[in-house]
Design a protein around this ligand. Structure first.
Ligand code: SF4
Length: 271
């Protein structure tokens, strides 16, 4: 059995604490599997991740470039899944713009405010964006969903989504990490959220800050932030809310990735 970067990533705490010397768990998993970084650099390995230690060490010894292989396989699989789809017919439902280039069809998708062209066999990144196969996988997953029902405007917590029990802990850890990192820094959060295209809204009555993001056109994501109140002994809290129909567009794993992506950007240069 070979361990992929994706499998390892799923077994990590995903708190992006940075104690391993790498800013995010995602980057850490990738570097372990591809570059041969020591798994034990993460002090918070779960039992499942520990069980991978020997297998990964063997992989590293064989010098197998697992990341590229595995991500390439995942991408290929998704590209094959979207290949028979009619992009022109799907565009509106996905909030995308349909286009053609030399006989090749593509969907243009704003992803965190930047325009990506998704062909059936290639993702074209906007100028200046770093190529990241995880982003490409997310975009293909979104298209493969063929989601047609628009968001319904009803907000639910992650734990309110079907079959989310086993993954809820991960989201809670992410929220806690964000709250801790931004405690007492509402001004910074406000500025950073607006820079990322976040729109101030009022959904929860008592929150200090609330921002609506659109990582993808049919994927609203609400961040509700309560700052710490030391006199009252209240720690800061951050909560992500999802549209009740979000699972028409992405699976739970992909949603966690979307949240992490947003957090990476919000915390960039903060920590
Ligand atoms: S939880 Fe582990 S892998 Fe993730 S950032 Fe922290 S030390 Fe690194």
């Amino acid at each position: 059995m070979a361990i992929s970067a994706l499998q390892l990533y799923k077994s990590l705490p995903r708190t992006n604490c940075g104690e391993c010397g790498i800013p995010t768990c995602l980057a850490f998993a990738t570097q372990v599997v591809v570059e041969g970084l020591a798994l034990t650099l993460c002090p918070y390995l779960s039992t499942e991740a520990r069980e991978f230690t020997e297998i990964i060490a063997a992989q590293q010894e064989q010098g197998v470039g697992r990341k590229r292989d595995n991500l390439a396989i995942a991408l290929k699989f998704l590209q094959e899944k979207v290949d028979p789809l009619d992009f022109a017919a799907l565009a509106e439902g996905l909030g995308a713009t349909y286009g053609e280039e030399n006989g090749r069809t593509y969907l243009q998708l704003p992803y965190y405010g930047r325009q990506f062209l998704v062909f059936k066999d290639e993702v074209r990144y906007p100028e200046g964006a770093l190529e990241n196969p995880w982003d490409a996988i997310l975009l293909y997953n979104y298209i493969a969903s063929q989601g047609q029902r628009p968001p319904c405007g009803q907000w639910v917590k992650f734990q309110g989504l079907p079959n989310s029990v086993s993954k809820t802990k991960t989201l809670i850890r992410l929220q806690e990490h964000l709250a801790q990192a931004l405690s007492g820094k509402t001004g910074l959060l406000d500025r950073k959220a607006r820079e990322l295209g976040g729109e101030p809204v009022t959904v929860a009555q008592d929150a200090d800050l609330q921002f609506l993001f659109h990582p993808l056109p049919r994927l609203p994501l609400l961040l509700v932030f309560h700052d710490a109140e030391p006199e009252e002994n209240f720690a800061a809290e951050a909560h992500f809310l999802f549209d009740d129909q979000v699972m028409d567009y992405l699976d739970l794993e992909s949603l966690l990735f979307v949240v992490e992506r947003l957090m990476d950007q919000l915390l960039e240069k903060y920590e």
